[in-house]
Design a protein around this ligand. Structure first.
Ligand SMILES: [Zn+2]
Length: 63
């Protein structure tokens, strides 16, 4: 029930940027990230992108 494929996890990581995940999704995500080698890299890429976007937005608003 908590098992997710890498494809599903990638979709959850993207969805998480837009909406709050359910408790089950968050737990499944955490379990998968702890066990998978590839998905933590993808998560890091998303976080890097989010930070870059937040900086860009701050820059725009600070003008
Ligand atoms: Zn994975």
């Amino acid at each position: 029930m908590l098992r997710r494929t890498c494809k599903e996890v990638a979709a959850l990581l993207v969805a998480r940027e837009d909406r709050e995940l359910s408790a089950v999704d968050r737990l499944a995500l955490r379990l998968h990230l702890a066990a998978c080698k590839a998905c933590p890299d993808f998560e890091r890429q998303i976080l890097t992108m989010r930070n870059a976007f937040a900086r860009w937005r701050n820059y725009q608003e600070g003008d």
